[in-house]
Design a protein around this ligand. Structure first.
Ligand code: 2DT
Length: 212
């Protein structure tokens, strides 16, 4: 008797500028997938719980200064240290919904002036997302969403450079979704079908790697 191999889960990534609602939407997507009987888990980068993540947390809270190259490599290392557990979960059939991933790494570091190709190199070989949901907001909507927090990068001109970089990173597995004037529920109901089809499509496909 042949035993059918468990279908793999999908790697779904949410990207976009600050305050666009990625974290809320990522949580809702995990809940909905689980309610529909699909194993799913939320992840976020930076993962501030690891030793590397704690350094990044200090840096983002502006209590530590670090060279831009060194910080970039720490963000990348923070992804690499999660790869074996990500691959295991995906192969066991769990879909991972990830709040920021490699594209944040490149878009933010390049916004400081580092070359895109240099930024991309350290992420080459990471699991490749099956779907990137890129959430966008118009300028007026963005400024009406309340003030930024106290963290590094939370400033309009920097965020605009980040958005320009994101636009250059778009690949065929990206889906750009405009979040302008949409309630949390409306946006969720737009994202869920995209995620559900990506989960179905990933089931029989091998997990690829990023080849920047
Ligand atoms: P949150 O506010 O989402 O916790 O992000 N960042 C993130 C980088 O500069 N490089 C990376 O590789 C990643 C994943 C984006 C904290 C900030 O960290 C930035 C915002």
């Amino acid at each position: 008797m042949s035993v059918k191999k468990a279908c793999r889960g999908a790697l779904i990534v949410l990207e976009g500028c600050d305050r666009v609602g990625k974290t809320t939407q990522a949580k809702l997507l995990v809940e909905s997938l689980k309610n529909n009987g699909k194993p799913a888990q939320l992840m976020n980068f930076p993962d501030r719980t690891t030793a590397i993540g704690k350094m990044l947390d200090q840096y983002l809270k502006q209590s530590q200064e670090l060279d831009d190259h060194a910080v970039h490599l720490l963000f990348s290392a923070n992804r690499w240290e999660c790869v074996s557990s990500m691959e295991k979960l995906l192969q066991e059939g769990t879909t991972l919904v990830v709040d920021r991933y490699s594209d944040s790494g490149i878009a933010f570091s390049a916004a400081k002036g580092l070359p895109v190709s240099w930024c991309a190199a350290s992420d080459s070989g990471l699991p490749r997302p099956d779907l990137v949901l890129f959430l966008t907001l118009g300028g007026t909507e963005l400024s009406s969403r309340g003030g930024y927090g106290q963290e590094r990068y939370e400033e309009d001109s920097f965020q605009q450079r980040v958005m320009r970089n994101y636009n250059e990173l778009k690949r065929d597995y990206w889906n750009v979704v405009n979040a302008d004037e949409k309630s949390v529920e409306q946006l969720h109901s737009e994202l869920l079908p995209l995620v559900t089809s990506a989960v179905a499509a990933a089931e029989d496909k091998p997990l690829l790697t990023l080849d920047w």
